[in-house]
Design a protein around this ligand. Structure first.
Ligand code: SAM
Ligand code: SF4
Length: 456
């Protein structure tokens, strides 16, 4: 495959529109695709009437392909109106899973590029232009994508995301990630620290480390040894100007003692952790191949709360996994009530082609999935609102990110990631100020600035 010279093409100005579905990792990938294409003269625009359009897809839950093909249908009309002068690329997990099938259904697509190959986009575009035919690259290349991406160029603002790990070796029986993202890979600490320093120089005060299984990170350390995540977090905490650290998404099996201790020892680690448990029933967890039981989850929560008493938790739940009985579902409800979550995401089980659970004969009827989801979400919503209300009167630091929705307001994020609004317009984005929470809505908090503002 031939490389395109960035210098040769840098003069041509072209427009690029990226549509992103799915998780934070996809948002990160879209930004990196823009970085890869910038040397070719591509500049991001907000409308699909562009020289190149990338649909960065997500395959986690149902209707992913229908959503893709209906969006492609709309794009085809735009491409036709431009006399065909548009390169359409499909990227991400649906591209990885469906590959050439996409071209069969939508022959006006030019590039299908999988999750691990998008650093090759310039070469793929060159191939399309030279050979005037579509290309598919869904390899899991031997070279690490991250080693072949340019340094992040656009500032992400006060809150930045940094991918440190990708892929997954856990093979939960409901999940496509091990197939669409490939085997677990950890980036070396040196590359992560260099990227973090660039992000901070570009204005980041908070960095969220990303990975499908982020706490399984075990990368080459600066001392030549393999580091665990807690060690990386300690090193990141030493970066001057960086005020806050987070990591997501974690798996209970990889919450080791050092990482739990980091929630006590690392002052920059925020007291909020997303730790998906999926179910409160051991039988279901086993059928999901989660490799942990309810007791391990309970123990981790207790240890985290002992290490950091003000820690708040969020989680993911799946209802209606094949074979889930009323008693299994009741066990989930029990675990939710017993644990208390500040936030949670809950989903109906969706059979993903190619995953073991999709083949199970014990599929749960849709109507039962619906009623269980409603019951679970009612309690989770109540817990979220209770958690927000419990903040009233509390004082904590808020990282302000920009103007609020209404004139004269500024918005920021609490240590627990809740949006916080103050009626003051004079704060500089990226500064941190202590506030007192005045009132709580289900999804956000209103606050007043405290007198003694910390130096930001
Ligand atoms: N690695 C994370 C973990 O192990 O918890 C989860 C990553 S997955 C991208 C995000 C969430 O999507 C999962 O926690 C799960 O709740 C949900 N999910 C994944 N596959 C699903 C499926 N087939 N049906 C319904 N929800 C699913
Ligand atoms: Fe999917 Fe997470 Fe399980 Fe990996 S650990 S297979 S990403 S749900």
């Amino acid at each position: 495959m031939t490389e395109t010279s960035p210098i040769a093409t840098a003069q041509i100005l072209r427009t690029l529109h990226i549509v992103t579905w799915g998780c934070q990792m996809n948002v990160y990938d879209s930004a990196r695709m823009a970085d890869v294409l910038r040397p070719l003269g591509y500049r991001a625009v907000d409308t699909p009437d562009a020289d190149m359009v990338i649909l960065n897809t997500c395959h986690i839950r149902e209707r992913a392909s229908e959503k893709l093909f209906s969006e492609l249908g709309r794009l085809r009309a735009v491409k036709d109106a431009r006399g065909g002068a548009m390169t359409i690329a499909v990227a991400g997990c649906v591209a990885q899973a469906e590959g050439a099938e996409i071209l069969a259904r939508a022959p006006y697509v030019d590039v299908v590029v999988g999750s691990q190959a998008y650093h090759r986009l310039p070469a793929l575009i060159a191939e399309v232009e030279a050979k005037r035919r579509a290309v598919v690259d869904t390899d899991f290349p031997a070279e690490q994508k991250f080693d072949h991406l340019p340094a992040q160029q656009a500032s992400q603002g006060p809150i930045a995301f940094l991918a440190i790990q990708e892929g997954c070796d856990k093979f939960c029986t409901f999940c496509v990630v091990p197939y669409t993202r490939g085997a677990e890979q950890s980036r070396p600490a040196a590359a992560i620290l260099a990227e973090a320093k660039r992000l901070v120089a570009g204005g980041a005060r908070e960095i969220a480390l990303l990975g499908q299984n982020v706490n399984a990170w075990h990368g080459d350390g600066l001392d030549g040894r393999t580091w665990p995540l807690a060690r990386l977090l300690a090193e990141l905490a030493d970066i001057p100007g960086l005020a806050r650290l987070r990591y997501t998404t974690s798996h209970p099996r990889d919450m080791d003692a050092a990482l739990i201790a980091a929630h006590h020892d690392n002052p920059k680690l925020m007291p909020f952790l997303h730790l998906p448990v999926q179910s409160g029933s051991d039988a279901i967890l086993q059928a999901m191949n989660r490799r942990h039981g309810v007791d391990l989850f309970r123990r981790i929560v207790a240890d985290l709360r002992a290490a950091r008493p003000d820690i708040a938790l969020s989680s993911d739940f799946i209802v209606g996994f094949p074979g889930e009985t009323d008693a299994d579902f009741a066990a989930t409800m029990h675990l939710v009530r017993e644990t208390g979550f500040a936030l949670a995401y809950s989903f109906k089980y969706s059979p993903r082609p190619g995953t073991p659970a999709a083949e199970s004969p014990d599929q749960v009827p849709e109507s039962l999935k619906n009623s269980r989801l409603q019951e679970l979400q009612a309690v989770l919503r109540e817990q979220q609102h209770d958690f927000n209300r419990a903040q009233i009167g509390r004082r904590f630091d808020v990282l302000f990110t920009g103007p609020g929705r209404h004139p004269g307001q500024m918005a920021g994020r609490s240590p627990y990631l809740q949006p916080v609004i103050v009626n003051t317009a004079s704060l500089v984005p990226g500064t941190i100020h202590p506030v007192t929470i005045a009132s709580a809505n289900p999804n956000s908090l209103m606050a007043t600035l405290n007198q003694e503002q910390i130096a930001a």
